[in-house]
Write a protein that binds this ligand. Structure first.
Ligand code: PMP
Ligand code: GLN
Length: 391
């Protein structure tokens, strides 16, 4: 969703209202004003050397330079299968239950396009990640939202039940959750799972921040009783290995669900990122040290930025996961987070993202702004120093 929703003369009705993404707009604003960019979530340091070496070796050795298999190279599908087994004890057959995609983004688009009829309703939580709304609109489906409210971003079960109707086809879940940093608890997931089973709904779950959980644990909803057969699990190598530009994502689901998503996916990109698929396979196989170091590093950054925002007078909602922290603009005298985000570069030289663009019910998110902490400590330190100017 964009902050500038001008009518586009050539754009079809389904996509009217969707402008440039907020991430592109805010990164452009940061570049124009030479501000510290804590808006768009991308690391300022590339991922592990072994993975870079594997990508360059693949290119040199002619691995994946021509169209790879439509479902992904066998090495990566095996590595994804091993990863699901290793971290969650969830077995997926690499030949029939795994599909490699152009990032989690394509997996999400293909899943929604494949699984929804025109007019079907998709229940998701607000604030939602921006592409969900566009994917649902492209499919001709209808978004229904359940609001997550600070400080803990819990939801009301009654509100969730009230969004359901005979037209509900699927629940689109994201845990750990962008932008709030919420990690859905076992109880919450069990409630969603129970409803999905009772109403015979599908669940598409976006788990791209699965390895960035600081408190609580990441529970794939597919691991709950009755869920494996109705869940499309989506993740990607972007966050876990700090290569957001490579766009290697994947789907894990039953053969029937995988096959449906594959049919949509093959007409979007067919295939992508051949050599990078081999490299992400190497990444997924890295030892436990890699995963624990990633978490330790991000936790330190979360704590540093959270404390820094508080020292600048901002009330924050401490994230349990992801690499984002949300703050309340009202604590520094702004009712409107969008207004603060536009003024922030000029005022103090920092860029953040206004959460209101992730809400259908704008009043719920009007005062909230998001900062990312996937940057080096020096950069975060500079941002925190600048933000003291808010006081
Ligand atoms: N889902 C969420 C919640 C995200 O934050 C992002 C952003 N990276 C994506 C999906 C897209 O992932 P990818 O870059 O792998 O397409
Ligand atoms: N997922 C990233 C974020 O939330 C942005 C990805 C993008 O720019 N599309 O900041």
């Amino acid at each position: 969703m964009s902050v500038v929703n001008t009518r586009q003369p050539f754009l079809n009705a389904r996509l009217q209202g969707f402008g440039a993404t907020i991430f592109a707009e805010m990164s452009a604003l940061a570049a124009r004003t030479d501000a510290v960019n804590l808006g768009q979530g991308f690391p300022d340091k590339d991922g592990p050397n072994e993975v870079i070496e594997a990508a360059t070796a693949a290119i040199r050795n002619g691995l994946g330079n021509q169209y790879p298999p439509g479902i992904g190279v066998p090495e990566l599908r095996q590595a994804i299968s091993d990863h699901q087994q290793r971290f969650y004890q969830l077995p997926y057959d690499p030949d029939t239950e795994i599909l490699v995609t152009a990032g989690a983004s394509e997996a999400l688009a293909a899943a929604v396009l494949a699984l929804c009829e025109t007019g079907d309703e998709v229940v998701t939580f607000e604030p939602w990640y921006d592409i969900y709304g566009a994917n649902i609109a492209m499919a001709g489906a209808v978004k229904k939202v359940v609001t997550l409210r600070p400080p803990h971003y819990n939801f009301e079960e009654s509100e969730f039940l009230a969004t359901l109707s005979p037209k509900t086809r699927l629940i689109l879940l994201n845990s750990p959750h962008n932008p709030t940093g919420k990690v859905f608890s076992r109880e919450e997931l069990e409630f969603i799972a129970k409803v999905a089973v009772e109403r015979d709904l599908l669940v598409v779950t976006d788990e791209v921040y699965e390895h960035l959980v600081f408190e609580g644990e990441h529970i794939p909803i597919a691991s709950l009783p009755g869920m494996r057969e109705r869940t499309v699990t989506i993740s990607s190598g972007g966050k876990t290995f700090a290569f957001t530009g490579w766009k290697i994502g994947w789907v894990c689901a039953t053969p029937e669900l995988t096959s449906a998503v594959r049919i949509a996916k093959q007409f979007l990109t067919y295939v992508s990122g051949g050599p990078f698929q081999y490299a992400i396979a190497v990444g997924l196989g890295l030892g436990d040290d890699y995963y624990t170091d990633l978490l330790t590093d991000m936790r330190e950054k979360r704590d540093f930025l959270s404390a820094g925002l508080e020292s600048a007078g901002l009330e924050i909602f401490r994230p349990q996961g992801t690499y984002f922290v949300t703050a309340d603009a009202r604590s520094v005298g702004y009712e409107d987070g969008l207004e603060l985000c536009w003024q922030l570069p000029e005022k103090v030289g920092v860029v953040a993202v206004p959460n209101v663009v992730f809400y259908d019910n704008e009043a719920e998110g009007r005062h909230l702004i998001r900062f990312t902490f996937c940057k080096s400590l020096d950069v975060l330190d500079e941002a925190v120093t600048r933000l003291q100017g808010l006081k």
